[in-house]
Design a protein around this ligand. Structure first.
Ligand SMILES: C[C@@H](C(=O)O)C(=O)SCCNC(=O)CCNC(=O)[C@H](O)C(C)(C)COP(=O)(O)OP(=O)(O)OC[C@H]1O[C@@H](n2cnc3c(N)ncnc32)[C@H](O)[C@@H]1OP(=O)(O)O
Ligand SMILES: [Co+2]
Length: 133
């Protein structure tokens, strides 16, 4: 596992949160993207070398809708950059982690992604990301 790729923050309204985080960071988001399969609208900010992903649910079954219902807005996941996602998944399964999707799926910002269940990672939802070249 390499560096943190992004931190995901669940928000109720991405338009108003875009304005709020633009005020906080002193610059606007650089991209928005809907990921239909995850039921989310996303926007991305660059803060120095770091990337922040805002996520709004687009339907009530979305993981973001369920998360906000239970816990409210806030940090939803931490994503890590990996070079070979399939190899990393195998390694983590061997270590006993519960992988939510063993077959990598298409995420936002040109990435293949895999999630680990927060129950096996001390309550932190972890996303693995491999850049699609
Ligand atoms: C676009 C993409 C990208 O970057 O490219 C994204 O990020 S998409 C980001 C959105 N997509 C995803 O998150 C996909 C992976 N996530 C999922 O499959 C789901 O959200 C689960 C993580 C399995 C949780 O679903 P759900 O709450 O329905 O399951 P569950 O009832 O089994 O919940 C199990 C426990 O996990 C907790 N839980 C749920 N979401 C959590 C989160 N984000 N961080 C920490 N804990 C979390 C619940 O409160 C519950 O705790 P208690 O039992 O203590 O009450
Ligand atoms: Co993410």
């Amino acid at each position: 596992m390499n560096k943190i790729e992004h931190i995901g923050i669940a928000v109720k309204n991405i338009e108003s949160s875009n304005l709020l985080f633009a005020k906080l960071f002193g610059k606007a988001h650089y991209k928005t993207e809907a990921v239909i399969s995850e039921g989310v609208k996303t926007s991305f900010f660059k803060v120095g070398p770091n990337k922040i992903e805002l996520l709004e649910a687009t339907n009530p079954e979305s993981p973001i809708a369920k998360f906000i219902e239970k816990k409210g807005e806030g940090i939803h996941h931490i994503a890590f950059d990996v070079e070979d996602i399939e190899k990393e998944v195998k390694r983590l399964v061997n270590e006993g982690f519960v992988v939510l999707n063993e077959i990598p799926k298409k995420g936002a910002d040109n990435k293949l992604v895999v999630f680990l269940h927060p129950k096996t990672t001390n309550g932190v939802l972890i996303e693995l990301c491999q850049e699609i070249i």
